[in-house]
Design a binder for this molecule. Structure first.
Ligand SMILES: Cc1cc2nc3c(=O)[nH]c(=O)nc-3n(C[C@H](O)[C@H](O)[C@H](O)COP(=O)(O)OP(=O)(O)OC[C@H]3O[C@@H](n4cnc5c(N)ncnc54)[C@H](O)[C@@H]3O)c2cc1C
Length: 500
């Protein structure tokens, strides 16, 4: 008999978990606190779908090569539906900077380096409708999971276990209407707002959490291109995404003529944080960044939303395998943001979540013993997701240091040891080499798209030799390749916050 699986959360990761497990023959029920997508197009979903359960729903999302490859390889018909709804495939050839196109020759592996351009509302609506058609699977919307049911047992050898047996449910329309649902396996795909962590700890589970604050706030504003206006061409001298030290920015091209701009500020950049909440000031900031001007000048696009923000940006890692003394937690698995969360700036969460969902499905279909399943899932998570988490955390720490230095008028580029000098010189040379050599650019794009372990391209001899050759040109020359045009912090504050 197939085992029953309850998945908590019908966000990106919950939907992929349910889909993949149902295809492996499990009987799946998803529980989701929010309403289903509205009837009509993905456009209607963007403007009217009430998605309080996923606070990031209207923030733009990049869907990287890792997720796109899983999608294309396993669900080609779903990909067709996404393209029909207006999502666009951006291949590696499309992403090659204009000045490098004469170096471009397709190579094996390039087919994995594509991104899907669309709003999250579009992908989630189409994915949800696709998943709803799956036999062996049902979605119960407007149902809050309000607790987890656990059986505590002790084996003959004195070993303690906590076996998850079901869920307590609360009807969203009528908070007094409570019920329970039993399942053989519970998957927590409840995202950032995960409460299992506390519920399970209260019941005696030992869960280790690593939590680091990225110390940023993230603001978004959406726009639509005016009729007849095409997206601006990519310009490597004035990129549409970058880092001014005190502010990170990026354009996210979407579907059906929509795009969004994000501005990301350190928590303590208080004047600019106030300014960015105002629609006109948001635009003014963008107009001081050359790479954004071609997108939002008045003759090109009109805003479709006011700016809106999200804070509490943390990197979070949870480990459910306890020390020897604590009870073993059985039949419970956490995937996606509930288990491993990274800074949204890198656009990795949906890719790692989609991979995580499929890793779980592989484990549950190949192992029967509950404890072996827990161990195997932890091992796969450590192998595949941990390196991405660690690299993201490292980038967060460097970002915090850089923002602090810019605020204090210091440079972070001064080396205090030979080792540090080598690291900085190598980093400068890498950026400069990538600007002029397609094979180095391709290597970086492999890491960006998560199709290999972060930084694995640096093992490539040809890439390494090119970077070493650039090191000989000296730090000063190479560092120039990093320079991003844009107003300095002081001038930005003066122009936008205190125009008098
Ligand atoms: C501002 C921002 C921008 C981002 N940009 C990107 C990006 O560009 N690219 C990218 O790949 N990732 C991005 N991410 C990360 C990405 O959104 C998440 O990694 C991804 O959504 C995780 O999927 P999930 O299914 O684990 O969680 P979610 O998508 O958050 O889904 C969780 C679901 O669980 C439901 N739920 C929660 N609690 C309960 C409960 N008790 N009962 C019932 N239902 C419940 C919620 O309603 C929700 O539907 C971004 C994140 C943020 C915050």
């Amino acid at each position: 008999m197939s085992q029953s699986i309850a998945v908590v959360g019908a966000g990106i990761c919950g939907l992929f978990t349910g889909l993949s497990l149902a295809r492996k023959g499990f009987d799946v029920t998803l529980f989701e606190r929010d309403v289903p997508p509205p009837q009509g197009s993905a456009e209607d979903a963007f403007f009217s779908w009430q998605r309080r359960g996923a606070a990031q729903f209207r923030h733009p999302h990049a869907f990287l090569g890792l997720m796109c490859s899983v999608l294309g390889e396993n669900y080609p018909d779903l990909l067709d539906e996404l393209l029909a709804a207006g999502a666009r495939k951006m291949t590696f050839a499309d992403m090659v900077p204009k000045h490098l196109t004469d170096q471009y020759q397709p190579e094996p592996g390039d087919d994995k380096l594509w991104m899907l351009l669309c709003r999250r509302a579009t992908i989630e609506t189409i994915l949800r409708r696709y998943v709803e058609r799956e036999p062996n699977l049902r979605i119960r919307s407007q149902t809050f999971v309000t607790d987890v049911l656990v059986a505590q047992t002790q084996t003959g050898t004195g070993e303690n276990t906590l076996t998850v047996t079901g869920l307590e449910l609360t009807d969203r329309q009528n908070k007094n209407l409570k019920s329970t649902h039993s399942a053989d396996i519970i998957v927590n795909a409840s995202g950032r707002a995960d409460k299992f962590y506390h519920w399970l700890q209260a019941k005696g589970a030992e869960i280790t959490e690593q939590r680091d604050d990225a110390e940023i706030v993230y603001y978004t504003k959406h726009y639509a291109l005016r009729d007849g206006v095409s997206e601006p061409e990519r310009d490597s001298d004035n990129p549409s995404a970058g880092d001014l030290g005190y502010l990170k920015y990026g354009v996210f091209p979407g579907d059906n003529g929509h795009f969004a701009i994000i501005l990301c500020l350190p928590n303590n950049e208080s004047e600019l944080r106030d300014a960015v909440k105002d629609g006109d000031k948001f635009d003014q900031i963008c107009m001081n960044i050359p790479g954004l001007v071609p997108w939002i000048s008045e003759d090109k696009a009109t805003p479709t939303t006011a700016p809106f923000g999200i804070g509490e940006i943390h990197a979070v890692w949870r480990d459910y395998i306890p020390s020897d003394a604590a009870p073993k937690l059985l039949n419970y698995f956490a995937v996606g943001d509930a288990a491993a969360r990274t800074n949204p700036l890198y656009g990795r969460g949906c890719s790692t979540g989609t991979l995580h969902a499929h890793l779980l499905s592989e484990v549950l279909s190949s192992e029967d013993d509950p404890w072996q399943r827990a161990l195997a899932f932890r091992a796969k998570t450590e192998e595949e997701i941990r390196p991405i988490f660690n690299a993201s955390l490292n980038e967060d720490k460097n970002g915090i240091k850089k923002a602090e230095a810019v605020r204090e008028g210091r440079t972070v580029d001064k080396a205090r040891s030979l080792k540090q000098w080598f690291g900085l010189a190598f980093g400068d040379a890498l950026v400069a080499a990538a600007k002029y050599h397609l094979h180095v650019h391709r290597g970086i794009m492999r890491t960006v798209n998560l199709v290999e372990k972060p930084g694995a391209f640096l093992k490539d001899k040809k890439i390494r030799n090119t970077v070493f050759r650039y090191m000989l040109f000296g730090r000063k020359k190479n560092a120039a390749a990093r320079i991003q045009r844009g107003t300095s912090r002081d001038d930005m504050i003066r122009t936008v916050c205190d125009p008098s």
